[in-house]
Design a protein around this ligand. Structure first.
Ligand code: PQQ
Length: 232
């Protein structure tokens, strides 16, 4: 006999608990970032490596989009791709991340080349993209629910940069400022879809598992960045 389905409230509570308790704001690298303890070299290494994640977000969103058979839903999800790619050159989240890099002294050619991306970061990002490619629309959308915790980490990061890393020009922080509103809107939309689509306890558990997996992706990415200093 299959287990009893969780109520809407219980399912929501379980999802929010994973997105809070396993979120990468607790990772030692982020803790040090927020305390102002990162060296300029470490912060640049993080910016270079996180760019690899950033530039693959619209790729994974295109894979998710291809799973939808409904125009309204596709139109809505398309907005996420536009948020990152912009509607024209010089626009969008990827461009804003490049400006963050420039504000931190990394020129855009160096960021765009991807040459300094660490092996563990490539694996973590590939893991996320392939997860969305291969799993159901429910699990792929549930994996994006780490964004329930993203607006809070953005606010915390902006405060940390303004206080501790003043050598980075404040204009460079526009990526984070934009993501506060986008992340809240996207996570609420994704949560509503996951609640609508999970009709059985197995599906609810698969959604929670997908979210836990995504927390591991973000965690492993930071593990790789944290350990890079020890590489020969
Ligand atoms: O800097 C961060 O801590 C952070 C976390 C996350 C997240 O929680 O998945 C995203 C982002 N940033 C982000 O900028 C972003 O565009 C984004 C998209 C997604 C997603 O899974 O669809 N997560 C995140």
């Amino acid at each position: 006999m299959s287990a009893t389905i969780w109520s809407r409230e219980e399912f929501t509570t379980r999802l929010r608990a994973v997105a809070t308790e396993r979120y990468h704001d607790r990772h030692p690298f982020n803790v040090r970032m927020h305390e102002g303890a990162l060296t300029p070299a470490e912060l640049r290494r993080w910016i270079l490596n996180r760019f690899h994640y950033q530039r693959h977000i619209p790729v994974k969103d295109a894979l998710i989009l291809a799973k939808f058979d409904d125009s309204e839903l596709r139109r809505s999800w398309l907005r996420r791709i536009q948020d990152h790619d912009g509607e024209k050159d010089g626009d969008g989240g990827i461009e804003r991340w490049l400006r963050l890099g420039e504000a931190a002294g990394i020129d855009r050619a160096r960021l765009e080349s991807g040459e300094e991306v660490l092996p563990g970061v490539r694996l973590a990002v590939d893991g996320y993209v392939n997860f969305c490619r291969l799993h159901s629309r429910l699990e792929a959308v549930a994996a994006s629910l780490t964004e329930l915790s993203a607006p809070a980490i953005m606010r915390r990061r902006i405060a940390a940069f303004e206080e501790h890393y003043r050598w980075i020009d404040a204009d460079g922080l526009s990526y984070f400022r934009n993501r506060i509103g986008q992340g809240s809107r996207d996570s609420e939309e994704a949560l509503a879809l996951v609640l609508e689509w999970a009709h059985t306890r197995d599906q609810q558990e698969a959604a929670v598992g997908a979210l836990a997996f995504k927390c591991d992706v973000l965690w492993s990415l930071l593990d790789a960045v944290e350990c890079a200093g020890e590489r020969p």
